[in-house]
Ligand binder design. Sequence first.
Ligand SMILES: Nc1ncnc2c1ncn2[C@@H]1O[C@H](COP(=O)(O)OP(=O)(O)OP(=O)(O)O)[C@@H](O)[C@H]1O
Ligand SMILES: [Mg+2]
Length: 247
Amino acid sequence: MKRKDADVSPPLLEFQSLSVGYGDEPIVTDFTTSIPAGSITTIIGPNGAGKSTLLKAVYGTNKYFGGHILFEGRQIEKLTPRERLALGIGFVPQGRCNFPLMTVRENLDLGAYTLRGSAIQAAVDRVLGLFPMLGAKLNVLAGNLSGGEQQVLETAMVLESGPRLLLLDEPSLGLSPGNQDKIFATIADLRRHGLTVLVVEQNAHGALQISDTGIVMELGRLFMTGPAAQVISDPRIQVAYLGGTPA
Ligand SMILES: Nc1ncnc2c1ncn2[C@@H]1O[C@H](COP(=O)(O)OP(=O)(O)OP(=O)(O)O)[C@@H](O)[C@H]1O
Ligand SMILES: [Mg+2]
């Protein structure tokens, strides 16, 4: 279900002429857009367009070249990932299950590493409430969970720190259609719990359907942005990403 007031909410995150990349070269250049608080925004685009590079820039794990990233109006582009996490930015990178030989319980303890004392168990209990499936598998090795379950575990670990902005890179990659639907339902549910979600997805249709806003990136630049319903119905997007045929 989409929130009707998403367009009028103040931005939680803003990109202002941002350029970021690796080594000597920016990959994403002159990128400007804003993400309203309480919204779900999906970024689509061809392989190599710079989608992951943009998400990594919000968390601060690649090289900054110029422009600004504002979180709640505050410039964050010079902050470390740890400092950004403390501000409320959580990042689930592309790929999943960093600790396959540890149990679900051990992974969840690890996800609470920024917390102390009783806050640790409170955070674990909170994410087990969100994802009861994990509670039934606490002693299972994370690597033995299904792909979809591993994705949920990774997301749960990031959510333990209590972020307000959740960055998800290809959460449905490699999942069965049924598990993809579950991941999208989970994302919609997280928004209902007050999170703002910025997601990169190859399943353009599934992700845009639960989103307020769509962003299309090509060659490191913003190609198009608008309400998700408008992006889904754009003939160029239909042909390039949604299996439509040229008119
Ligand atoms: N660590 C890195 N060092 C150098 N170049 C990189 C690095 N990571 C990505 N790149 C380059 O940056 C460009 C954009 O990559 P990015 O991963 O952002 O694309 P993407 O849009 O996420 O693609 P995909 O849909 O395949 O995940 C690519 O040309 C890639 O080779
Ligand atoms: Mg990527």
